[in-house]
Design a protein. Structure first.
Length: 276
């Protein structure tokens, strides 16, 4: 924490980098929240309860699932020295291994996958293309929104699309839609803090309706805009690794929008939280 009460983003990233180096110097690690793109300092002045770490494992180093657990244990050793009552558990994926970090209620979700390029570029490429993957059902499986955690993840993506240059291509949400998503995400976080449960809860009818009535129409508008733009401007074909699952996809985007969104994501990640 800082003197202003804001979560110390720089210290958090340093802790993640130390844990990755402790597991293996060859591992890449990034820890985006997603809300960096809003440039809103209020997010890191809240009682944050759920954190995300993505690990890039180079080919030949071994199974990503094993390195996710190794990272969690390395992180736990650091947490035990610095803040034993702050962190709770690490959920390691792929796989379902849970590693106890301390006596707190905050969880760290770790996703590890094989990658041989800059991990932050992989992340930016994923966010730039995932609206099309959602709209076309490439990363949406039947019944997946029965999970409360999955609904929240799609709400977070929807807010991100609203704040990126996507906005001019149909990504803008109304003030009522933004209010609905914000309320639902706060309710989920409040329940997790109260119960100590971070994953596995069943979604509510209101959460599933928000996905169908807000997220899916938004991604449909973005897809239609991009297809129209591709027909009349320079385009780029992009092959993508989903950062949360083994899924991959290939989509074609208007070059200017792809570059603008990618640059905005990288800038937001590198600069959000500095000086707060």
């Amino acid at each position: 924490m800082t003197g202003t009460g804001a979560f110390d983003v720089a210290a958090w990233r340093h802790m993640v980098a130390q844990a990755a180096s402790g597991a293996s110097p060859r591992i890449q690690a990034i820890c985006p929240f997603g809300f960096e793109v809003t440039h809103d300092p209020r997010f890191i002045r809240r009682d944050l309860s759920r954190f995300y770490v993505y690990l890039g494992i180079p080919a030949g180093l071994g199974p990503p699932a094993d390195w996710a657990v190794s990272f969690a244990r390395s992180f736990g050793e650091i947490a035990a020295r610095r803040a034993p009552d702050y962190w709770g558990v690490a959920n390691c994926g792929p796989g379902d291994t849970v590693v106890r970090l301390g006596g707190g209620h905050r969880s760290v979700d770790i996703r590890a996958f094989q990658v041989d390029e800059d991990l932050l570029d992989v992340y930016a490429r994923f966010v730039c293309t995932v609206p099309l993957a959602i709209a076309d059902g490439l990363c949406v499986a039947p019944g997946m929104f029965d999970s409360e955690g999955t609904c929240r993840y799609f709400f977070q993506l929807s807010v991100m699309f609203h704040h990126l240059p996507f906005r001019s291509g149909g990504g803008e949400l109304s003030s009522k839609e933004m209010e609905t998503l914000s309320l639902l995400m706060r309710e989920i976080s409040a329940r997790e803090r109260a119960t100590g449960t971070a994953v596995g809860a069943k979604s509510t009818p209101e959460q599933r309706s928000a996905v169908e009535e807000i997220v899916m129409p938004q991604t449909g508008r973005l897809r239609d805009h991009m297809r129209e733009s591709v027909a009349r401007s320079d385009a780029v074909a992009v092959r993508v690794q989903d950062i949360n699952t083994p899924l991959t996809w290939e989509v074609t985007l208007p070059s200017a929008l792809y570059e603008a969104n990618g640059a905005a994501l990288l800038h937001a990640y590198r600069h959000y939280g500095h000086g707060l």
